[in-house]
Unconditional design. Structure first.
Length: 180
């Protein structure tokens, strides 16, 4: 499944960030910026991926995540969880899944919709990038150096490349093909 390569790249990027992060900064809350720590965002992202990897009998329920709370406080545990998750992707196969969707907070409003494992992995990747963007603000406020593409969607990165190509006088197709 092609999507697994994208997921592995995001997880590798996250692992690299975590490996440079001071343990205290992982759990540090900056209430003036956001009520959650970097560690809480990491745990939340990993929970969503784990919901997919741990899906049984073709059912994915993001509301029934395990919420592995020790990951929020311990950067070493978070790194280990990222590595385990990356390894677990080897066993993931595309195919139809049913995903629980909650229309509102009432339990009766939940329904199951058809999807695929590849589509849900794409969702989890997009969800991860969203949280990486929030983490970016927190980490920058702590003085952490970050890669320019951390927390930036792939479509935004591709758009920026096309814009750079157009500014340099290259046709759009040349800018896109050089980005691959």
């Amino acid at each position: 499944m092609h999507q697994i390569d994208d997921t592995r790249a995001l997880l590798a990027q996250l692992r690299g960030i975590l490996q440079t992060l001071a343990p205290a900064d992982h759990a540090r809350v900056l209430p003036d910026l956001h009520p959650s720590s970097v560690g809480q965002h990491v745990r939340h992202v990993l929970d969503h991926y784990q919901a997919l990897v741990g899906a049984t009998q073709g059912y994915v329920d993001y509301n029934q995540r395990q919420r592995d709370l020790p990951l929020e406080a311990d950067v070493a545990l978070a790194i280990q969880a990222v590595e385990r998750l990356s390894d677990a992707l080897d066993d993931l196969r595309d195919g139809p899944v049913q995903v629980r969707v909650d229309a509102c907070q009432e339990e009766q409003a939940a329904e199951w919709v058809s999807s695929s494992m590849a589509r849900e992995l794409a969702f989890a990747d997009s969800h991860a990038v969203h949280h990486f963007a929030v983490m970016r603000f927190l980490l920058q406020a702590m003085g952490q150096a970050l890669p320019a593409d951390f927390g930036v969607a792939a479509s935004t990165l591709a758009y920026r490349l096309r814009q750079q190509g157009a500014a340099a006088g290259r046709p759009e197709s040349a800018a896109v093909s050089s980005a691959r």
